[in-house]
Design a protein around this ligand. Structure first.
Ligand code: GLC
Length: 800
């Protein structure tokens, strides 16, 4: 490992003095007298790219992460030469580049420092591999906090820690294990109430040190490639994540069913077992939308084949399951069995699509099928070929989605768990070794899979899930956190990972609920379900070798608790879908760690447990056995306890009761939450009315409800229904106004308003200026509900 100590090594080269400056529109080039170049590009008022070259040249631009369709452009760009520096001003920030050594300092418009170079850019030549080890060091400001970096299991705030990015198959990883499966070189800094992000777009093995080695320095470096990073100004964390996601891409909307509950195990087989498990869900009335086939459905683990004994008629099975509301998803790994009789192998051999070692032999490694070769997904032709292989599974057999695993890539029985460094890759026409391609291998596999699923499932929407990922992978797929363990510590890790993934632009993620390795107790499973239903991706999975992990395998109480929480997830589906839509539109994180919710409150900076589910719900899992509740921090503002409907003013710690069938759950006062009836699967029932839970407050708030056909692409042609709802409450009147957008006609005609905490007895109600009798509103005094037409514009509820 290259340590930061080598910053001081003799071999380090620093930029010399500026001797030439040049500006072409948004691109500024600084050349120094020792051949270092800084090319600074103003992407947006809040986003600046810093790319360095050495030896008098800049490498050609190429990135798997950057979304070419992202928003670009700025309102203001002013460049002034000062005595000692250049000053670049946008409508959001001021960036100063020193003429003496190219060090940068970024300020907000009030002149407050946001982020500044310590030593700044420097590099060391790599004799062993050629090229350079590229390094960057920044000052860590007093009290600065750090977040992000993908799937790291450590605490949310990364200050005083060091991390590595090198995707690794980490079976039964622990809290301190590093690196894990994903490679997301993006972090958020927060100091003096200002936050910013750094995205280091380098795919080589890289390191981030957050004031660990030197207490006032944060640095990052990579074992090759170039120093190419983006600075993203907030000043709030939410905007940083949104800016980063805009840069690296947003997903399309998933089909609504993909936000339902998924059931998985290694493995359900034969066919009768799959049918039994599915039937049991319906019998016990536990909602479920997807069932998974792990590796044993294949013939000898050969991808794109079926074991005909275990699954004599997969098309029929999948179709019967579909009739019953289940979508079937199957696993596909990258390792292709070395078997001259196997058509996928034959084709890849004929077309020369497998990865090769530097000296010519194929990259051979052991995975589930035994010796395998591995497609080079960094070759666009290989990706097209791979995508087309899905015709059978999707178009012919009827699978609804694909699960990509082992794509770090994982190789068994070798010390480094992956390919050797010398393996060659195409890298989309920029041939390179595995040192450069390793961290994007899984992403490119998932991308090719996504293209295939999308092609053959059309006009419906694709669903893909991956284990490994690099920045930008969110454009193609959801993900899970890999092989966790059925322990209480892992419940807490899952909570942190889900928040961290949301902060890292990859909101559509979740853990193996209950734990993959080992067997959870009923209590642990119940607590995990209670958390898991609040993660954007919700799937129970287990290795299956320690017993079963379906909701009914514990006891009746656990079955009932599972049903209760899964039902809650289904009731809140329109809320979750709206939150997903906001992520797609704005790039905002679906789960918000408390620091995202209220970064100005220093109490939130080191918190791990509590998080916001969307904008309105505060969730805090119980993470210990034998608990009847827990202490938690309630952030500032007024909240309703979801279960008791009592209100509480936040900004303090509180004990919250939560027996085994509850989870501490609060709703922001002033929220309007959409709710569907419980369904066993998405689309099971006609929705007769949309319930809106109105959490009354004295004050104003805004809520949105997004709906569309739940699948397909009509929404892109404007066929969606967006309700912008404003709440305005005083002591004796509540006004709710609605502004509608979109051309989708929802199947229901009526909204059922359900008032929680109504502060007065109703005297009369006006809908769009007309008094409506309480009878016509179907008002129920006990439940505080009334029915109004879905197209109302303004509703006055006036107290006596
Ligand atoms: C890996 C995956 C796990 C899967 C197993 C068998 O361990 O992480 O989810 O069940 O392989 O395919």
């Amino acid at each position: 490992m290259i340590t930061n100590t080598e910053l001081h090594s003799q071999g380090n080269v620093f930029p010399g003095k500026l001797n030439q400056f040049d500006q072409v529109v948004d691109t500024l080039t600084f050349n120094t007298d020792n051949g270092v170049i800084l090319r600074l590009q103003v992407f947006r008022d809040s986003v600046i790219r810093f790319k360095y070259g050495t030896g008098g040249k800049l490498e050609e631009d190429f990135s798997y992460a950057i979304d070419e369709d992202g928003n670009r452009g700025y309102n203001k760009l002013e460049v002034i030469e000062k005595e000692n520096h250049y000053e670049i001003t946008t409508s959001k920030i001021i960036c100063k580049i020193s003429k003496a050594d190219l060090r940068s300092r970024i300020f907000d418009l009030e002149g407050k420092i946001v982020c500044e170079d310590e030593l700044g850019f420097h590099y060391e030549e790599s004799y062993q591999y050629g090229g350079e080890i590229v390094k960057m060091s920044k000052k860590a400001q007093p009290g600065e906090s750090y977040y992000g970096l993908g799937d790291k299991p450590a605490d949310n705030n990364m200050r005083a820690k060091r991390f590595e990015l090198w995707g690794t198959d980490q079976y039964a990883f622990g809290k301190q294990t590093d690196p894990l499966y994903k490679n997301v070189p993006f972090y958020i800094g927060l100091q003096n109430k200002i936050s910013y992000g750094i995205f280091f777009d380098n795919t080589f093995r890289s390191f981030f040190d957050f004031a660990q080695e030197r207490h006032h320095v944060t640095s990052f470096w990579a074992q090759g490639g170039v120093m190419d990073y983006y600075f993203i100004y907030g000043p709030d964390v939410n905007s940083v994540v949104s800016g980063y996601t805009e840069l690296t891409g947003k997903p399309e909307l998933p089909p609504l069913w993909a936000l339902g509950y998924h059931q998985c195990k290694w493995s359900y087989y034969p066919e009768s077992n799959v049918r039994e498990v599915a039937a049991k869900f319906r019998e016990l009335q536990i909602p479920c939308d997807a069932i998974y086939l792990d590796i044993d459905y294949m013939d000898g683990f050969r991808c794109f084949t079926w074991d005909e004994e275990k699954f004599p008629n997969p098309t029929q099975m999948i179709s019967d399951l579909r009739e019953d509301g289940f979508k079937t998803i199957a696993i596909i790994d990258p390792g292709i069995k070395v078997d001259p009789e196997y058509s996928v192998y034959q084709e890849a051999m004929e077309k020369d699509y497998f990865c090769k070692r530097a000296d010519g032999p194929y990259m051979k490694g052991k995975v589930w099928p035994g010796q395998c070769y591995f497609p080079d997904y960094t070759n666009p032709k290989v990706r097209t070929w791979w995508a087309d292989l899905f015709k059978g599974l999707i178009a012919d057999n009827g699978l609804a989605g694909v699960w990509n695993d082992m794509n770090e890539p994982a190789v068994m029985e070798v010390p480094n768990k992956t390919f050797p460094d010398d393996v060659r890759h195409d890298f989309d026409g920029h041939p390179c070794s595995h040192r450069k391609a390793h961290n994007i291998y899984g992403m490119q596999m998932a991308r090719a899979t996504y293209e295939g699923v999308k092609k053959f499932i059309y006009p419906k929407r694709p669903f893909v899930i991956t284990r490994s990922a690099y920045s930008g992978t969110q454009r193609y797929t959801s993900s899970w956190f890999g092989d966790n363990v059925a322990t209480w510590e892992h419940l807490s890790i899952a909570n942190i990972q889900a928040q961290r993934m949301s902060l890292s632009g990859m909101s559509f993620a979740g853990s193996d609920i209950g734990g993959f390795a080992e067997q959870p107790t009923g209590e642990l499973f119940a607590r995990w379900i209670a958390l898991g239903v609040f993660h954007p991706f919700c799937r129970v999975h287990s290795s299956g070798d320690h017993g079963d992990q379906e909701p009914w395998t514990f006891d009746e109480n656990v079955t009932n608790i599972t049903r209760k929480f899964v039902e809650l997830r289904y009731k809140l589906l329109p809320y979750l879908y709206t939150t997903f839509w906001q992520y797609v539109e704005e790039g905002t994180p679906m789960l918000k760690s408390l620091v995202v919710y209220d970064q100005e409150d220093a109490q939130t900076h080191y918190r791990n447990d509590e998080f916001m589910y969307g904008d309105k719900f505060l969730v805090c899992p119980v993470l210990e056995p034998n608990a009847k509740g827990r202490r938690m921090y309630i952030p500032r503002g007024e909240w309703y306890n979801f279960w008791t409907r009592e209100t509480i003013i936040g900004g303090k710690e509180a004990w919250v009761d939560a027996d085994i069938d509850e989870i501490p759950l609060f709703v922001k006062a002033g929220s309007i939450i959409p709710r569907y009836p419980v369904m066993q699967y998405v689309g099971e029932k006609v929705i007769e009315f949309l319930t809106l839970d109105v959490y009354c407050a004295i004050g104003k708030d805004k809520s949105v409800v997004y709906e569309d056909a739940s699948d397909g692409y009509d929404y892109k042609k404007g066929r969606f229904s967006l309700r912008n709802l404003s709440f305005n409450g005083t002591e004796n009147e509540i006004i709710i106004s609605q502004y509608k957008d979109g051309k989708y006609t929802t199947e229901y005609e009526t909204l059922r308003l359900n008032f929680i905490g109504l502060p007065f007895e109703i005297d009369y109600v006006e809908v769009d200026n007309l008094k409506i009798s309480m009878e016509d509103l179907n008002y129920d005094l006990n439940t505080q509900t009334m029915y109004v037409n879905k197209n109302f514009v303004e509703l006055h509820i006036v107290g006596k």
